[in-house]
Design a protein around this ligand. Structure first.
Ligand SMILES: Nc1ncnc2c1ncn2[C@@H]1O[C@H](COP(=O)(O)OP(=O)(O)O)[C@@H](O)[C@H]1O
Ligand SMILES: [Mg+2]
Length: 388
């Protein structure tokens, strides 16, 4: 809804919502009209819904949305109505991890070796080629769902049994990248990168998913120094290679042990997990608005000065069931409360989240990156979530 609100703040916008679930209260009021569809990810239903309203509003000028699985359907709707914005071929290159990697490698950009797996023999051959471990994932997945580190042939057998891939429904195998995981985000307008952010994950999303009790963190350093020049160059080249003209991008990349970089993946949308908020805090700017200005107006109100380091601790805990207690909050508050800018504590009684974002979060900021890192460590070590 914060993205939707940012759209309404652009000049001369009348926003019509196409929704699966109707927004309520204040949220509903920002839409000039609301059209319900059964499946918001179905391009055919989106097109039909728009058709019913076209006479009333004289056609639409833009269609925008932020969800990862929505990017290709939106591009198809644009193509159908001849609207400006990202086209289906480009959107698909940012969605389909196999095609993405083919395009990156063709452009000389570093990424994991990969293979689409149609049958057991493909998996066996791939492991012979790259060795173990490997990663198995859906070719167009998101949020680390159904993504597994495969450490042994037995793991591989049971994973292939479970996924049961076919020529029509292949799964994706990738060489396992070792190193530290980061992201590189941009606001790109007309093919030009006008805003850049680098954040580091402690630890990477797969390790976080494998260990549902880990309280993890993301840190945006105060300065994006020369140590990130190579990542920025590769990030810009990635956007150019895949052909995105305008929008927010979110790339994940690895710093390998030998210092080299490998691109994990890139998405043509704003990142989730509070990253947009964190970028806003780091620059004292509204990055939701920056997204809307880019996709609606082809504009960026910058350059923005980076003023703070920002970190987010994601609150989770050992066990299953519902949240019954959150311990250590008063102590954490005493020790680092002065640098906390926003938090959401796990709600007592809420079922444990199955997403790596966890059940709550705390965002901190300070001019000094080391202070942020220390505060994050204290938060993670002090706050404990219990489930039963
Ligand atoms: N080839 C790989 N080597 C090492 N880790 C990987 C690899 N591919 C994915 N991962 C881990 O799994 C996570 C999710 O995979 P990713 O390709 O980013 O898909 P998603 O769209 O679900 O985010 C990554 O953030 C990373 O931690
Ligand atoms: Mg990812």
């Amino acid at each position: 809804m914060r993205f939707a609100r940012a759209v309404t703040d652009c000049r001369a916008v009348r926003m019509i919502g196409i929704v699966q679930e109707a927004p309520r209260g204040k949220d509903a009021k920002m839409f000039a009209d609301i059209i319900r569809v059964k499946d918001g990810l179905d391009a055919g239903q989106l097109i039909a819904a728009i058709d019913t309203q076209r006479k009333k509003y004289g056609g639409l000028h833009q269609i925008v949305g932020v969800l990862e699985p929505l990017q290709v359907p939106l591009a198809e709707v644009r193509k159908h109505f001849k609207l400006p914005g990202t086209d289906p071929v480009t959107a698909d290159l940012f969605r389909d991890k196999a095609r993405m990697k083919n395009a990156l490698r063709a452009a000389g950009l570093p990424c994991a070796r990969h293979k689409l797996i149609h049958r057991w023999a493909d998996a066996e051959a791939f492991v012979k080629e790259v060795g173990l471990p490997i990663v198995l994932k859906p070719p167009a997945g998101a949020g680390c769902k159904a993504t597994w580190r495969i450490r042994s042939v037995e793991d591989l057998k049971s994973a292939i049994d479970t996924v049961n891939p076919s020529v029509d429904r292949p799964t994706l195998a990738e060489e396992f990248l070792r190193g530290q995981e980061y992201c590189y985000d941009t606001v790109t307008v007309g093919g030009k990168v006008l805003f850049e952010n680098v954040s580091r994950y402690y630890p990477g999303p797969l390790e976080v998913t494998e260990n549902p009790w880990i309280q993890w963190a993301v840190v945006l350093p105060k300065t994006i120094g020369p140590e990130f020049n190579d990542a920025r160059k590769i990030g810009r080249a990635t956007i150019a290679a895949l052909g995105l003209k305008t929008g927010f991008t979110h790339m994940e990349w690895f710093r390998r042990e030998d210092g080299s970089i490998a691109i994990g993946e890139i998405a043509a949308r704003p990142p989730g997990a509070n990253f947009v908020k964190m970028m806003s805090y780091a620059h004292d700017a509204d990055m939701f608005r920056a997204w809307a200005r880019a996709v609606i107006d082809d504009e960026f109100d910058g350059p923005l000065k980076r003023k703070f380091s920002v970190g987010c601790a994601y609150l989770r805990g050992i066990g299953h069931g519902r949240v019954v207690r959150v311990r250590g909050v008063a102590e954490a508050n005493k020790r680092v409360g002065s640098v906390v800018v926003e938090s959401k504590l796990p709600r007592i009684g809420a079922p444990k989240s199955d997403h790596y974002e966890g059940d709550g979060f705390v965002i901190v900021r300070h001019e000094d990156t080391e202070v942020v890192k220390k505060a994050i460590t204290i938060l993670i070590e002090t706050i404990k979530v219990d489930y039963a």
